[in-house]
Design a protein around this ligand. Structure first.
Ligand code: FE2
Length: 341
């Protein structure tokens, strides 16, 4: 099927298909969905890793145009196959330093995407937008699709920005001019019952308090130790809306939404997790608009076993729907040569 945008030809060996729930923004499908062409139904994962290596430049152009690419039916039977496939792009692996979710390593550069409980809400976010250094390329792999729910919805942040600029111009003005800072109380040791339960030890890969303090300072955080051993971290003020210099598009690149909806547990108050530099919270009515805008922008496709979705973390956000177990979605994070926003 021809693409709406014919700026870039697809690499040899694949075709683009339409799937349920895919949307069209500015005349382009989101995400782009690629599947092996009929004459290329090769059941050999090594073939596809080599194919990636041979076609990196085209695949990068496609990712830049579409924001996310879903690879369907590429014979990636195991987490190791997925690891090789994503490594074939040649990017630098990004360790999960400073992240908030509880994760464990599976093989190579592959880890669980999150171990938050099935019912926990994980709203839209750019991976690690609350810190100054973040991965630019994300890969997710479907090892075990959930029998019900468990999608990884994705959304284009330029679409979100444009809709919000229309609906909440004052909020957008302040975000553009002032930026945001983020406050999180990290537990003493991991708390797998919370979606932001990553303890300060694993947040900073630190053996003790002194080590955590050193690494927090190096990453630009202020911190405060609580009486119960928890560590309160406050990021420096980060830009909340950024221009993607590669495309000239304005990007809604902040963690306001996920903070306001989900940074709540025994230690944290979600309404004060994302703040303007002077300490002002985000007006609740504006968050209501943002929820509606997110719903319009969201694409919530159904996972199939072996699917890989490659996300440009500068352009697109992701989230997780609640689910019925079992479900196993794996992740691998990278930094490409193009740098952040
Ligand atoms: Fe994430």
């Amino acid at each position: 099927m021809p693409l709406e945008s014919d700026a870039v030809d697809l690499p040899e060996g694949v075709k683009s298909i339409r799937i349920e729930k895919q949307k069209v923004f500015d005349g382009q499908p989101f995400p782009l969905v690629l599947t092996p062409a009929d004459s290329f139904r090769v059941n050999d994962s090594a073939f596809w890793s080599k194919w990636v290596k041979d076609n990196v430049a085209i695949l990068e152009q496609l990712l830049l145009i579409y924001g996310a690419v879903l690879f369907r039916d590429f014979a990636l039977e195991t987490p190791t196959d997925f690891d090789e496939f994503s490594k074939a792009f040649g990017y630098k692996h990004f360790p999960y330093l400073g992240g908030v979710a509880v994760r464990s390593n599976i093989v190579g550069n592959v880890s669980t995407s999150t171990e938050a409980p099935p019912g926990a809400l994980i709203p839209f976010h750019h991976e690690m937008a609350h810190v100054s250094d973040y991965p630019t390329i994300l890969f997710f792999y479907c090892d075990v699709p959930a029998p019900k729910g468990g999608q990884t919805p994705i959304a284009l942040s330029n679409v979100i920005y444009r809709k919000m600029a229309e609906r909440e111009p004052e909020l957008v003005r302040r975000l553009r001019e002032e930026g945001l800072k983020y406050v999180r109380v990290a537990p003493d040791g991991d708390d797998a019952d919370s979606a932001l339960g990553r303890g300060w030890q694993s947040t900073f890969l630190a053996a003790d308090r002194e080590d955590a303090e050193k690494k927090a300072t190096a990453s630009g955080y202020d911190y405060e130790w609580m009486a119960d051993g928890c560590m309160k971290t406050i990021t420096k003020v980060l830009p909340a809306i950024r221009e993607d210099k590669r495309t000239g598009k304005m990007i809604w690149f902040n963690s306001l939404f996920t903070c306001y909806l989900a940074w709540q547990d025994a230690r944290n108050d979600r309404t004060r997790a994302a703040l303007f530099p002077n300490g002002d919270p985000i007006p609740p009515e504006a968050v209501k608009s943002l929820e509606e805008v997110m719903a319009e922008a969201a694409v919530s496709f159904r996972w199939q076993k072996k699917d890989v979705v490659m996300i440009d973390n500068r352009q697109a956000q992701h989230s997780r729907s609640s689910f019925e177990p079992p479900r196993r979605i794996l992740a691998s994070l990278y930094k490409d040569h193009q740098g952040g926003l």
